[in-house]
Design a protein around this ligand. Structure first.
Ligand SMILES: Cc1cc2nc3c(=O)[nH]c(=O)nc-3n(C[C@H](O)[C@H](O)[C@H](O)COP(=O)(O)OP(=O)(O)OC[C@H]3O[C@@H](n4cnc5c(N)ncnc54)[C@H](O)[C@@H]3O)c2cc1C
Length: 591
């Protein structure tokens, strides 16, 4: 990895208070001392050069529980790279120098290209090199959960380049719906070589993919899509159509291909849309403009129009929504994983800062009320890692019917709850850094990036309400050949039975809500108005049972005391006195 150059490179700054670099009259002025006010004291060192894996006990314990066979050495190496100061500089540069769109070349021809800073390519190359995209699909059991751990570490370095990484990971199962395309593309999707050149797949070392569902008139309600697909001919890749229409959000437009939805004669269908066609010509995907986003700056998100673009049917005509949701469910997993990683990153920054910053005569971390805030952040962060990794472990066992049911329930639950808590946690972690947390600068400026990224994970790929409503859909489909989701959930929660009376009461009440709904009044108990409350309660119950299994008792106990009584989690920093603050903080310290 090449070290980026920049005037703010760590180590390249002038000494802040030494005299050696000051010469001539300035030095004289300083020696006189009359007007010298620039003394820098009580500021913290940057959090850099630490190993994101080695210093994350919560992640390691959860990983060991779900995948004892995971390759620790690979994760240690990735953890070191993710904490490296040179990589942190890449992350800053890729966000400061935003991507720029070139719709036309200087002769007036359409070019539809996006130019990125070299640091963007360095970061995306590192993520692909680590196999965080489609690589796990061609590996054995444990690969998905190991990848999940890597994804959670990478996002702490830089989350926006993970957008194309996540979409490339998610596309594989859905793409199997067109066997001929899959045969030509799957090896290149799994390749760990990043190749940003615009060429046909056959000439590339590796490829990435994106997705296009959202249109101006609706994103959640994709059935309102207006893009039209007209059948053209049968080819080596199956049924080929021309697409006419637009997409309102189309991220990573420099990807090699996309799965998109369009209205075919038999209804909304899923299509494979490559940027370069088999004859080497460029497909008719016109990038209209890039979105001016709140965060996620290093990644380009665009608006596009298709004016007769060629695309190939994936799955059956009219079955586009379930087909593309095979992809959507995996990007939802990544929203939960990404947020859990960012929560860990924010918590680590808060712990690091407060361990060095003094106020009122001692380090902030020793002030009792700050201890309460920090311990609460640490509990939330560990609970998020536990839930997100539990979902990833279900992806790892595709042939296990019980895990299929857990995947169905936990996908909307984890996406909803982890993302909701992530935004709140980022605000509180930022506040631990005081004013420095709010400043866009190298080092603690990472906090601002985390804060801006959090709402995105909650909005895209199904915002909070859509996730809560999806949980209702899953719960209403009781029974069936695959088994019963409520029975599966009860079995999952049963693994922690007897460990904590609060958790037992909470889990029992939850399960009887489902049974009551089934016994009296059909599904009336599972109504839309209460869907968020239900999603929250399922998340809390599963988090409790997971922490029982792979977190120390002091953390499990504090989770149950603070999250399972009353009306759910409160503002951070309201843990009861009986909690073992010091042990929780010690466990979460990033060094
Ligand atoms: C940075 C960024 C990148 C993106 N990249 C892509 C991409 O690459 N490809 C792509 O296809 N999309 C992409 N999206 C779009 C994203 O997936 C949508 O914005 C999202 O699905 C919501 O759709 P919408 O914006 O149309 O909002 P709407 O569908 O109008 O929803 C607005 C709100 O209403 C709520 N709502 C909707 N229906 C109901 C209901 N029945 N009951 C209660 N509440 C409801 C939603 O939860 C949401 O909070 C991206 C978005 C962002 C911000």
């Amino acid at each position: 990895m090449q070290r980026p150059s920049d005037r703010d490179e760590p180590g390249a700054r002038p000494p802040e208070s030494g005299r050696g670099h000051l010469g001539g009259s300035l030095a004289v002025t300083r020696e006189r001392g009359a007007h010298f006010t620039h003394e820098v004291a009580n500021q913290v060192t940057p959090l850099a050069g630490h190993n994101l894996y080695g210093t994350d006990r919560a992640l390691r314990d959860a990983l060991r529980f779900h995948a004892p066979q995971a390759d620790d050495a690979r994760l240690v190496a990735l953890g070191a790279q993710m904490g490296d100061a040179a990589m942190q500089l890449h992350a800053r540069l890729a966000n400061v120098h935003k991507p720029s769109l070139h719709t036309h070349d200087r002769f007036g021809r359409r070019s539809d290209t996006v130019e990125f800073h070299p640091s963007y390519h360095a970061l995306l190359g590192a993520a692909v090199g680590a196999g965080l995209h489609a690589t796990p699909w061609s590996q054995g059991q444990g690969a998905h959960i190991e990848r999940a751990a890597g994804f959670m570490m990478f996002t702490q370095l830089e989350p926006s380049v993970l957008c194309p990484v996540s979409m490339t990971y998610a596309v594989t199962p859905a793409l199997r719906g067109n066997a001929a395309v899959f045969a030509d593309w799957s090896d290149k999707l799994a390749s760990t070589r990043y190749d940003p050149q615009l060429r046909f797949v056959g000439a590339k070392a590796g490829v990435t993919m994106g997705m296009g569902m959202t249109e101006k008139q609706g994103g959640s309600d994709v059935r309102a899509n207006t893009t039209r697909a007209e059948y053209l001919e049968d080819t080596a890749w199956g049924r080929c159509y021309t697409l006419i229409g637009h997409k309102w959000f189309f991220s990573a437009p420099m990807s090699d291909a996309f799965l998109v939805l369009a209205q075919a004669p038999a209804g909304l269908s899923c299509f494979f849309l490559p940027r370069v066609l088999p004859d080497g010509s460029i497909n008719a995907i016109a990038i209209q403009r890039l979105k001016d986003k709140l965060g996620n700056q290093a990644n380009a998100s665009s608006e596009v129009e298709f004016d007769g673009a060629l695309a190939w049917l994936v799955g059956e005509e009219g079955r586009g929504v379930p087909q593309i949701l095979e992809m959507g469910n995996l990007t939802r997993l990544d929203c939960a994983l990404g947020t859990a990683g960012l929560m860990r990153g924010a918590t680590a920054l808060a712990l690091h800062h407060t361990s060095q910053r003094q106020a009122f005569g001692k380090p902030l971390i020793d002030q009792p009320l700050m201890k309460n805030v920090l311990a609460d952040l640490a509990i939330e962060s560990e609970a998020a890692v536990a839930l997100a990794l539990r979902l990833a472990s279900a992806i790892d066992k595709p042939n296990d019917p019980f895990e299929a049911l857990m995947r169905r329930v936990l996908t909307p639950v984890a996406k909803f709850w982890v993302c909701k808590r992530g935004a709140a946690l980022a605000q509180e972690a930022m506040e631990c850094l005081g004013g420095n947390g709010y400043v866009e600068e190298h080092g603690e400026g990472v906090m601002a990036r985390i804060y801006r990224e959090m709402p995105l994970n909650s909005i895209w790929e199904g915002a909070g309400n859509i996730m809560a409503l999806d949980l209702l859909r899953a719960l209403k489909k009781r029974g069936g050949p695959g088994g019963d989701v409520v029975e599966a959930l009860a079995a999952e929660l049963g693994t922690a039975r007897g460990a904590n009376p609060q958790l037992d009461r909470f889990a029992d009440a939850l399960i009887s809500r489902f049974h009551d709904a089934a016994d009296g009044g059909g599904v009336s108990g599972l109504d839309e108005i209460g869907a968020r409350r239900l999603a929250r309660d399922v998340a809390l119950a599963v988090q409790g049972s997971l922490l029982r299994r792979h977190a120390p008792d002091f953390l499990f106990d504090a989770f149950c005391r603070s999250r399972l009584g009353g009306d759910g989690p409160q503002v951070f920093g309201t843990l009861p006195r009986a909690v073992d603050f010091d042990s929780i903080i010690q466990r979460a310290m990033p060094h």
